[in-house]
Design a protein around this ligand. Structure first.
Ligand SMILES: NC(=O)c1ccc[n+]([C@@H]2O[C@H](COP(=O)([O-])OP(=O)(O)OC[C@H]3O[C@@H](n4cnc5c(N)ncnc54)[C@H](O)[C@@H]3O)[C@@H](O)[C@H]2O)c1
Length: 267
């Protein structure tokens, strides 16, 4: 990325994914603005804004003069529905609206592979297939995608949704042999999402080049110009090949079961 790109905001930078993205972009972006509810310390070329991005004033202050936003902040797993609505749907609306008002050119949204998590593992999914959310969290991420599409179509904001796979330093369970997103590929996808030309709206899977993956990578390559480099296969010996996961069932495994969501349905 060209340092002349200017000012890039990362929300939710103090979570699991954020520090890797921050580190990966440092030195490539002229000016990084870091937003989180958690305490952060600014490094060279960085500005810290401690606050809640569901607050429009915080978002507008953070986005002033920004060229692009990488929106990672939100609720990152199954939770009570109203919590997900506030954190992910209202949060993304606030971010997109603040971006529009502030004249931000591009917004990269953290989507999730779980928007299609109810497809069976033997189905190779393309990003333009109908969504099959595996739970309430996935429904909130489906709304995130719809908001991004609307802001692109109606207001000309450039929006890229990265349907992140399982972000881990290394795979820690059988399913990750299909779903792993390595730190290196995570940075690669975010960098490509920020720099690709000709983007209107694009939603792609951000997953490493795992031999056992069940998600399409060609759309990401075509639309963002990024081809992932890592493959979880080199960790395969750590996991039993006869794991019931490979016998069938939904791509999200346990997360797609009714039991996983039932505790969160109480009003
Ligand atoms: N980690 C993964 O494997 C994975 C997979 C798919 C999608 N995602 C998505 O990527 C994004 C980042 O994931 P993560 O694993 O780093 O999440 P995380 O839960 O570890 O971190 C989220 C960060 O956002 C901050 N935050 C939450 N709400 C906020 C708000 N309203 N204002 C300011 N800060 C707020 C939190 O303080 C935290 O630092 C999330 O949107 C998540 O849904 C992650």
């Amino acid at each position: 990325m060209d340092a002349n790109l200017g000012r890039v905001v990362i929300t939710g930078v103090a979570g699991r994914v954020g520090p890797t993205v921050r580190e990966g972009l440092r030195g490539e972006v002229g000016d990084l603005v870091l937003v989180d509810r958690r305490r952060l310390t600014a490094g060279e070329g960085e500005t810290v804004i401690e606050g809640d991005v569901t607050d429009p004033d915080v978002a507008r202050k953070a986005f002033e003069g920004a060229d692009a936003v990488v929106h990672l902040a939100g609720c990152s797993d199954e939770a009570p529905f109203r919590e997900l609505v506030d954190a992910n749907i209202t949060g993304t609306f606030t971010v997109l609206e603040a971006a529009r008002r502030s004249g931000v050119r591009r917004v990269v949204l953290a989507g999730s592979n779980r928007v299609t998590g109810a497809y069976p593992i033997h189905h190779h999914v393309f990003p333009d297939e109908p969504l099959r959310p595996d739970g309430l969290y996935a429904v909130s991420k489906a709304a995130v995608e719809a908001l991004g599409q609307m802001y692109a179509d109606k207001f000309g904001l450039e929006v890229v949704v990265l349907r992140l796979g399982s972000f881990e330093a290394e795979p820690t369970e059988t399913r990750h042999l299909a779903t792993w997103l390595s730190p290196r590929d995570c940075v690669g996808f975010v960098r490509a999402a920020l720099t690709a030309s000709g983007v209107g709206y694009s939603a792609v899977y951000a997953v490493s080049a795992n031999a056992r993956r069940f998600w399409d990578l060609t759309a990401g390559e075509r639309e963002l110009g990024y081809r992932p480099v890592d493959d979880a296969a080199r960790f395969a010996s750590r996991f039993p090949d006869d794991d019931p996961f490979w016998q069938g069932g939904p791509q999200s495994g346990e997360a797609a079961t009714a039991e996983f969501t039932l505790p969160y349905l109480a009003e």
